[in-house]
Design a binder for this molecule. Structure first.
Ligand code: ADP
Ligand code: MG
Length: 199
């Protein structure tokens, strides 16, 4: 989908534990201090489809197809009702996860990544900046307190490695920046802020 706006659209991706939420908040604060109007948001969104996806984490996982359809419905609504209007007003949006996560996690469930990307690009705009917070699976899982000591955990490790690799696979997009997420919170923040201010 083509962009025709004066806003700044920033997306942060990476597996759990890489520091997305931490960095999203720090970046929002820093850009607010610069006088920008900044919305910090996440996907799945807080809309009705996003809620079903969120609830499914506790009520039982949906079928792969149901899940994929819901992610797309949720994103379309989010793009139409929130992202595009804010960008058209010239505002800054920071999004914690976007369609690259669908490529990773639904790709991991068996869907073709390129097809997911093409579907999304038919209704969802690309960001101006994509930060790929990159960290080894073991390091990321240590941060969130996961233990890798049984079969189920080994499976999880492989699934997350697939997701990490998927995020890295888009690093050649003009808008992508791979960030070494093993650095300190302040170092990572400074790097992300510099890139954002130079955009
Ligand atoms: P995500 O949103 O990607 O899952 P979080 O921002 O929630 O990651 O961070 C996960 C945990 O790791 C939190 O306890 C956070 O304080 C910690 N953390 C985040 N970034 C760093 C960093 N650069 N170095 C050390 N710990 C970090
Ligand atoms: Mg988070």
């Amino acid at each position: 989908m083509k962009r025709n706006d004066s806003g700044l659209f920033i997306v942060i991706e990476g597996i759990d534990g890489t520091g997305k939420s931490t960095q999203a908040k720090l970046l929002q604060k820093a850009l607010l201090d610069q006088g920008q109007t900044v919305t910090l948001d996440h996907e799945p969104s807080d809309g009705p489809y996003g809620k079903i996806l969120r609830d499914s984490a506790t009520t039982g996982r949906l079928s792969p197809q149901e899940e994929l359809d819901l992610f797309h419905k949720d994103r379309k609504q989010h793009v139409d009702e929130l992202i595009i209007p804010a960008l058209n007003r010239g505002e800054t949006i920071i999004l914690d996860r976007y369609y690259f996560s669908t490529m990773a996690y639904q790709g991991q469930r068996g869907f073709d990544q390129k097809e997911i990307q093409n579907t999304n690009l038919s209704f969802a705009p690309n960001p101006d900046i994509l930060f790929i917070l990159d960290l080894s699976v073991d390091h990321a899982r240590k941060r969130i307190g996961a233990r890798g000591d049984n079969t189920n955990e080994f499976e999880k490790h492989d699934a997350l490695q697939y997701c990490r690799d998927t995020f890295l696979s888009v690093k050649n997009e003009t808008f992508a920046h791979v960030i070494d997420a093993s650095k300190t919170i302040q170092e990572v923040h400074q790097q992300m802020l510099n890139i954002s201010l130079n955009k």
